[in-house]
Design a protein around this ligand. Structure first.
Ligand code: NAD
Length: 490
């Protein structure tokens, strides 16, 4: 990985305003791989000014098909360099190689393709019959957006912000996390190649202070934030004060309900990868496994076997490694702190619980399983963001739903059953933004995704994700108005 000395401000490679830098550190060798500039306040000012100019420029006035063309080219550009993106992301945050390619890179291209396809037929301007006469309902770009993304799925998250912003015609200033401040350089190169109009996109890697400066900036009309619930609350408070539009994608503590009729042989191989996804650093990870008392020992044994057999490797670029290192020493210490808490609060540790003995270097934590967990325990209530699972016993289906809902979070969840109708019945009762019935993927990246309760505000993906970047305007027309095109339904 090469060190860099420029930022990407309004479509131009620009010298940073300060001498501050960010070290990109390998999570498994602990070595500094590269150094990149850290953006300062003046860089934010310049990026927002360029975005405001772009808002008045040609891009927001392009037809939806022309905007879709740019987004499709961006997606193709990422696809053409998929391996390079995946290797860069694995180097930055330790994601297993296979996951990087599918979960980080190809999923990002699918998100972009979804928005490109959506806007080709989206009603940006719709004639309607109003109460007193004809009206025209228009969807216009929300203005200048700020996109703040976490380190766990950096390119995927950038696509979640960039896709709808470009689809809507909203210029965007993106702030990558300091932990993953390298992969966006590849994306900026592609943005240059496709000759996206200047000012539409900026990338300013920095920490939370600059993130907050960007959120507060008076030139920003909308904030789209993905990260922890604690930071999301702060962002929401600032946006509330300033009446800025805001979308928040926050933490989760999702419950996988194994019903008493589940086929463990068929269902656990689907559930376990989504429980330990991305080294346990996934917002939708199914970290609470709810097991029926009638089959409790059988479920515990099967889950314990699966966790025990999950391959941990010192080098996440090795395709056989299922669980690699955590992103940073701070994250490893945080996860170890939760493991200690689980022990002291009386949960039974049956697998893992420490650092792998054969991996003295790097920020590894063994895949860990607690059983006999009470849902009131800290490890069942707080998001750990590491490879730590909790099995919680339940009495009957209603009790399982009650436990699943006994959480501040409401992001995702799943149910495992041989009776899909019964599964859908459970899905209807659990208060989360997405839900899977015997489904490995507990989200669909072309359909609305987001959180109930403390897991967020608003939705990404699909028409809901697009409208979060649009303002609605109603134009009241004279009663005797007849459109030039009489086939329109006025
Ligand atoms: P974090 O909240 O520490 O940081 C996220 C981003 O916000 C970073 O870029 C950070 O620099 C910035 N930031 C932090 N405080 C800020 C503030 N006060 N103002 C402006 N910007 C600020 O989270 P993280 O540790 O990077 O990511 C992990 C969290 O992200 C987990 O809670 C995870 O569940 C969540 N997440 C949610 C989703 C989702 O779609 N719901 C997806 C991925 C990750």
């Amino acid at each position: 990985m090469e060190s860099k000395d420029l930022l990407y401000v309004g479509g131009e490679w620009a010298r940073p305003s300060t001498t501050a830098t960010i070290d990109i550190i390998s999570p498994w060798t602990e070595e500094v791989l590269a150094t990149v500039p850290e953006a300062g306040e003046a860089d934010v000012d310049a990026a927002v000014a360029a975005a405001r100019e772009a808002l008045a420029g040609p891009y927001p006035r392009l037809t939806a098909d022309e905007r879709a063309e740019y987004i499709a080219k961006l997606s193709q550009g990422i696809g053409a360099r998929a391996q390079e993106f995946a290797e860069t992301i694995t180097a930055e945050n330790g994601s297993p190689a296979g996951w990087s390619l599918l979960g980080q890179v190809f999923s990002a291209t699918m998100i972009l393709d979804g928005y490109a396809n959506l806007i080709r037929s989206f009603p940006f301007e719709e004639p309607r019959a109003g109460a007193l006469g004809p009206v025209l309902v228009r969807k216009e770009p929300v203005g200048v957006s700020a996109g703040i993304v976490p380190w766990n799925v950096p390119l995927f998250e950038i696509a979640c912000k960039l896709g709808p912003a470009l689809a809507a015609g909203s210029p965007i200033v993106i702030k990558p996390s300091p932990e993953t401040a390298a992969d966006w350089y590849l994306l900026a190169e592609i943005i240059d190649q496709i000759e996206l109009p200047k000012g539409m996109v900026s990338f300013l890697p920095a920490g939370r202070e600059i993130g907050e400066y960007l959120v507060r900036h008076r030139g920003v009309d909308k904030v789209t934030f993905t990260g922890s619930t604690a930071a999301g609350r702060k962002v929401a408070a600032i946006c509330g004060e300033q009446l800025k539009r805001v979308t928040l994608e926050l933490g989760g503590k999702s419950a996988a309900i194994i019903l008493d009729d589940a086929d463990l042989g068929a269902h656990l191989p689907l559930l376990m990868p989504s429980a330990l996804m991305n080294n346990g650093q996934a917002c939708v990870a199914q970290t609470r496994i709810l097991a029926p008392r009638a089959r409790y020992d059988e479920v515990v044994d099967a889950v314990a076997d699966a966790v025990r057999n999950t391959s941990v490797g010192g080098d996440p670029t090795d395709p056989t490694v299922a669980v690699g290192p955590l992103v940073a020493e701070r994250q490893r210490d945080r996860v170890m702190g939760y493991i200690d808490k689980g022990r002291t609060e009386g949960a039974k540790l049956v697998v893992g619980g420490g650092r792998p003995a054969d991996l003295p270097k790097g920020w590894f934590v063994e895949p860990t399983l607690f059983v006999d967990v009470d849902n009131k325990m800290t490890i069942a209530q707080e998001e750990i963001f590491g490879p730590v699972l909790a099995v919680i016993p339940y009495d009957d289906q209603d009790d399982a739903v009650r436990i699943a809902n006994d959480s501040d979070y409401g992001l995702s969840g799943s149910v495992w059953t041989t009776d899909v109708e019964r599964g859908i019945d459970v899905a209807r009762q659990v208060r989360t933004g997405t839900y899977g019935v015997n489904a490995m993927a507990t989200m669909d990246i072309h359909q609305p995704f987001g959180g109930f309760k403390a897991s967020g505000l608003g939705r990404e993906f699909g028409p809901e994700g697009l409208t979060a970047f649009l303002e609605t305007k109603t134009i009241v027309l004279p009663g005797d108005y007849h459109p030039p095109d009489p086939t329109l339904p006025l």
